[in-house]
Design a protein around this ligand. Structure first.
Ligand code: ADP
Ligand code: MG
Length: 284
């Protein structure tokens, strides 16, 4: 007998798994009546015991905000069963930015600047709406289509405030990398909008050279490096084709003190993103 196809409360049929993250599984889902494809995120309610009210609140905000901006994955629908929460999003078929960076090795500086500008504008929009993403990283930046010049989309936010403690627990107890987390998160001195700008600094570094700035042998060492702001633009051969303007942008985003770090609007004014002048072009 073929395995039973699980049905998301009546209207959707779920298919293959698209990905899984810290606390959820995301499956392809087809709306039975319309035949439209979506991505359905299934979250176990156990992870939010006692905070269900907060979760529903955030889902409401996410639904409204995500519809208002082109580079944010739209939340279409939302269901609950006794055990799970189901969030139905626009399907992005182009995969994670993470995989594209890995496939390319690194991005050309001009292409990296275009991506970072688009991401920052979307971040500015969510910050203006009073939302902090808290988990920006290349695994949560998805391409809408498989095209080389596909739009990039911000995914995986909205529940971040509710899940923060859970994520820290998972991170410290199980696995995962703190690589994109700002120092104030570990120092527990606050984690508001500036954490997203920090993450954009780490993402930009990764785009330009193909590895992350605080990568260390152990998680403990990695956290310490973040707290100490201990990173370099090395080995030199990976950075030879990168302009000082780009490095200055990374340094600016990785400002240790969150109060001194640029806001999204200020980062967009940075010379690297604001000017139309051609950037350093490496020798052929
Ligand atoms: P988590 O909070 O568990 O990290 P995410 O929302 O980041 O969950 O989803 C986990 C993975 O599922 C993503 O990294 C991505 O690969 C895939 N995914 C998530 N949303 C979509 C989507 N809308 N379209 C296609 N794939 C998606
Ligand atoms: Mg994720």
């Amino acid at each position: 007998m073929p395995p039973q196809t699980p049905t998301v409360p009546c209207q959707y049929r779920t298919g293959k798994t698209l990905g899984s993250g810290t606390y959820a599984v995301v499956k392809e889902a087809v709306h039975i009546k319309t035949g439209e494809y979506y991505a359905c995120k299934v979250i176990n309610k156990k992870l939010m015991e006692g905070r269900e009210h907060m979760v529903r609140n955030e889902i409401h905000v996410l639904k409204r905000v995500s519809k208002g901006y082109p580079n944010i994955v739209t939340l279409h629908d939302y269901f609950e069963t006794a055990h799970n929460l189901y969030l139905v999003f626009d399907l992005c078929t182009g995969g994670e930015l993470f995989d594209r960076i890995c496939a390319k090795g690194n991005y050309y500086e001009a292409d990296a600047a275009d991506l970072v500008r688009t991401i920052l504008k979307a971040v500015q929009y969510i910050h203006d709406a009073g939302i902090v993403h808290r988990d920006l990283k290349p695994e949560n930046l998805l391409f809408r289509s498989k095209a080389e010049d596909s739009d990039i989309m911000i995914a995986d936010f909205g529940l971040s405030r509710v899940m923060e403690e859970e994520k820290l627990r998972v991170l410290t107890e199980v696995c995962g990398t703190p690589g994109y987390m700002a120092p104030e998160i570990f120092l527990r001195t606050g984690h508001s909008k500036p954490v997203d700008i920090w993450a954009i600094g780490v993402i930009t570094y990764f785009l330009l050279c193909g590895y992350t700035p605080f990568d260390r042998d152990t998680q403990q060492q990695e956290m310490q490096a973040i707290i100490d702001g201990d990173y370099k633009f090395e080995p030199a051969e990976y950075w030879a084709g990168v302009s000082q303007t780009a490095k200055d942008f990374v340094v600016d985003c990785l400002t240790h003190d969150p109060n001194q770090r640029p806001t999204a609007a200020q980062a967009l004014q940075n010379k690297w993103l604001a000017s139309d002048e051609p950037h350093f072009v490496p020798d052929p």
